[in-house]
Structures are given as structure tokens and as C-alpha cells.
Design a protein around this ligand. Structure first.
Ligand code: FJE
Ligand code: FE
Length: 314
């Protein structure tokens, strides 16, 4: 007779623990913009496949005027206010509060990302998250493309005091529309006081939590766990296939954080600012292409963004 193991919590896999915790201090980037950089700073140069995570805040006339990218993707998720983007191919739009732009820079894009003027003279704070995801060598020079989703069209689910906005991946059978070239999961969780999650993460993926609001505990409720509040980056160790997180606060406040995971690419990374390639030769070629408007940068020769022009940048 065979004895059937019940499918219990214990049998469903090992929990991931927090192996590194960083507080993201403010620094200046772009033109007068303030970012809290967690991935991409000295202590956490690269967390394969993630190159940068910035929690940014811009108020006009500050912003990120005309600049290039090659070899990776930028994912901009607005938390408050809005950002106007324009590129040298004529693609233009506004990323509004709660909305998302998943940009595959691929072989090259030159664009500006600026607060959109609201026309009534009121100063608005525009805040969001920008994540840079590396592309594997076979995707680095793909044609640039965009996936844009307005807030109302972002998949959401709710269960037992847990609300989740599904930016990339699938949760409880609800799927995001986003196609990821580098396999990625990206969830925005809000946990009401007393609620918890036990979220599956593929065993070999790198994953992190970045806390936006409130106070939470991450790890194993019965042994080792880390407490964290806003602006903390938690790097999760390997060797487990799920994350346990809970809002144990007696303050009565919700806990909001993003959980992001990605399949490591495992290739050499040579980065020069907004260009991310595999070798120094490819970086030299990229600088050459950018300076000479070749191999994807052709349209940048006679282009200046409207937003940066209006603000007198040129
Ligand atoms: C960039 C400096 C920069 N984080 N978060 C150098 F600031 C940037 C850049 C951004 C950026 C843009 C937004 Cl909308 C949000 C950001 C850095 O544009 F690309 C380089 N190379
Ligand atoms: Fe950019």
C-alpha cells in the first residue's frame, strides 16, 4: 500500500529568505530629477537580468530630456502623476497614474521622458518606478517596440485581504498582457493588516521585493524573516520556490510592495551609461553608431523632443 503525502504547505516547496537588505537613498539623475536607486548602484551593480531599479520623482521643469538606450528594456510604472514620452521614431504618449510602459529599446532608441505640463500652472509631483531589464545577446539588437497599458487595463485580482496588480506574469489564473523577452514576473501587492501571501517564484530565478508603503515581514514566519518599510530593497536568496510575506503591523496601515523575478541571462555585461552590451567592442560600436546616427540611430540626426525644446533645453 502506498502512503499518499498530503499536499500541505510543507510539501509545496522551500521558502526564500532575504539575503540582502538595502535602503535606497535619494540621488540626482537626469536633469533635476530625484531617484532612489536600489539596483544599479555600487553595492548592487547588477542583479541578473536586472540592471537598474529607480523610484523616481520629477517636478517640471525637471525630467529626463533626450537620451539614448540600446541593448535592454525599460519598464516605467507610474505611481502618481504622469510622464510624457517622445522618441525619434515619432512615437509619443503619456504614461498616466497607475499606467505602464514596457519599452524594448533593442538596437536603439533616443527619447525624452518629461513631466507633461498640466497647463493650469499647478506643480505636480510625478512619481514612479523604472526598471531596466537586460536582453540576451540574441535580443539585444531587435527592432525597438512598446507595450503600453493604461491603469484601468492592468489585470487585478483580490483574495483574502491581498490585492495584486499583475504587471507581468500570472497570478491565481489571471494573466498580464505583457510579453516578456527576458522571462519576468512583476506584481504590485497591497496587503491589508493581518493578511499574507505565499507566492510562487520559479526556483532558479533571481527575485527581489521593493517596499513602497507600510511595514512588512518577508521570509519564513517560523524562523528567519526580515522587517522592512518604504524604500527598502530586499534581495531574495535562491534555493526556494516561494516567498512568504505578511503585514503584521498594528498600525492598521496597508503594506504595498512590488515583487519582481527574472530568469538570469548568464552572459557578460558591459555597460556604458544607457548602452548595455556583452563586450567592449560592441560598446565602442554603439558609441560610434550613436555619434554617427547609424545602425538604428538614423532618425536621431534631426530630432529634438518637443517637451525639452519647450522647456528651453536646446
Ligand atoms: C538615463 C541618467 C538617467 N532613471 N527613471 C542616465 F537619469 C537616465 C534616465 C533615467 C530615468 C528615466 C525615468 Cl522616466 C525614470 C529613470 C534613469 O533616463 F537613461 C541615463 N543613461
Ligand atoms: Fe530613457
Amino acid at each position: 500500500m502506498t502512503f499518499m503525502m498530503p499536499i500541505s504547505e510543507e510539501a509545496s516547496g522551500k521558502k526564500r529568505l532575504v539575503v540582502k537588505k538595502l535602503f535606497a537613498r535619494q540621488q540626482h539623475e537626469g536633469f533635476g530629477a530625484v531617484v532612489r536607486r536600489s539596483i544599479g548602484r555600487f553595492e548592487l551593480r547588477y542583479f541578473d537580468p536586472f540592471l537598474v531599479l529607480d523610484e523616481f520623482s520629477v517636478t517640471a521643469p525637471a525630467g529626463f530630456p533626450d537620451h539614448p538606450h540600446r541593448g535592454f528594456e525599460t519598464v516605467t510604472y507610474m505611481l502618481e502623476g504622469e510622464i510624457l514620452h517622445e522618441d525619434c521614431e515619432g512615437h509619443k504618449g503619456v504614461i498616466r497614474e497607475g499606467g505602464l510602459q514596457w519599452m524594448t529599446a533593442g538596437k536603439g532608441i533616443v527619447h525624452s521622458e518629461m513631466p507633461s505640463s498640466n497647463g493650469n500652472g499647478t506643480t505636480t509631483h510625478n512619481k514612479g518606478l523604472q526598471l531596466w531589464i537586460n536582453l540576451s545577446s540574441k535580443h539585444k539588437l531587435v527592432m525597438p517596440s512598446y507595450q503600453e497599458i493604461e491603469s484601468k487595463d492592468i489585470a487585478e485580482a483580490e483574495k483574502d485581504g491581498v490585492r495584486v496588480r499583475i504587471i507581468a506574469g500570472e497570478w491565481n489564473g489571471v494573466k498580464s498582457k505583457i510579453c516578456t523577452r527576458t522571462p519576468t514576473m512583476y506584481f504590485d501587492f497591497t496587503l491589508s493588516p493581518g493578511s499574507k501571501i505565499s507566492q510562487h517564484i520559479p526556483l532558479h530565478w533571481n527575485a527581489f521585493v521593493y517596499v513602497l508603503q507600510g511595514h512588512g515581514h518577508f521570509g519564513d514566519a517560523r524562523s528567519q524573516h526580515s522587517a522592512a518599510s518604504a524604500h527598502h530593497m530586499l534581495i531574495l536568496g535562491l534555493g526556494g520556490d516561494r516567498l512568504e510575506a505578511w503585514n503584521g503591523s498594528d498600525s492598521g496601515l496597508p503594506l504595498r510592495f512590488i515583487l519582481v523575478g527574472g530568469e538570469p541571462i548568464g552572459e557578460p555585461v558591459v555597460q556604458f551609461g544607457p548602452f548595455v552590451m556583452n563586450t567592449q567592442e560592441e560598446i565602442d560600436q554603439t558609441i560610434d553608431d550613436f555619434e554617427n546616427f547609424t545602425n538604428g540611430f538614423e532618425k536621431a540626426r534631426h530630432w529634438k523632443s518637443q517637451a525639452a525644446s519647450d522647456l528651453g533645453f536646446f
